[in-house]
Design a protein around this ligand. Structure first.
Ligand SMILES: O=c1ccn([C@H]2C[C@H](O)[C@@H](CO)O2)c(=O)[nH]1
Ligand SMILES: [Zn+2]
Length: 130
């Protein structure tokens, strides 16, 4: 992975709105156009209404007209890793392939590299819905 993806995710983390969990997260997606789309977690006083960094990044990518995720970096503060939650795994799967790489990073860099199929094996598929 090029370091620009990690740097973008770390920069995005600084935009997090995480006053309740105090667990800022940043995500950066490299899309098919080669560009990087970023996101941070955005929490809410009504706790279930908050959402994850990966979800923000996916929104930015889709609104830029991109529909294919090439690779993703997710970073949390200090030495914590932040594997995407179940909901984000499903949302990432919508725009990824089985071999799409997910880089789990701490503040110093990439600590673990996984394929989407590692994170979400046996994912929901049906020909009925396309
Ligand atoms: O993959 C994840 C998991 C959690 N969070 C956020 C949600 C919440 O704001 C905080 C603590 O769970 O971390 C993310 O942004 N991405
Ligand atoms: Zn999530």
């Amino acid at each position: 992975m090029e370091n620009d993806l990690f740097v973008a995710a770390r920069e995005a983390m600084s935009k997090a709105h995480a006053p309740y969990s105090k667990f800022p997260v940043g995500a950066a997606i490299r899309a098919e156009d080669g560009k990087i789309y970023t996101g941070a977690n955005i929490e809410n006083l009504s706790f279930p209404e908050g959402w994850c960094a990966e979800t923000t990044a996916i929104s930015h990518m889709v609104m830029a007209g991109q529909r294919k995720i090439m690779e993703v970096a997710v970073v949390a503060e200090k030495l914590a890793l932040c594997p995407p939650c179940g909901g984000c795994r499903q949302r990432l799967a919508e725009f990824s392939g089985a071999s799409t790489r997910i880089y789990l990073c701490d503040e110093t860099g990439v600590k673990k590299t996984l394929a989407l199929s590692d994170l979400l094996p046996h994912s929901f598929e049906t020909e009925i819905l396309g």
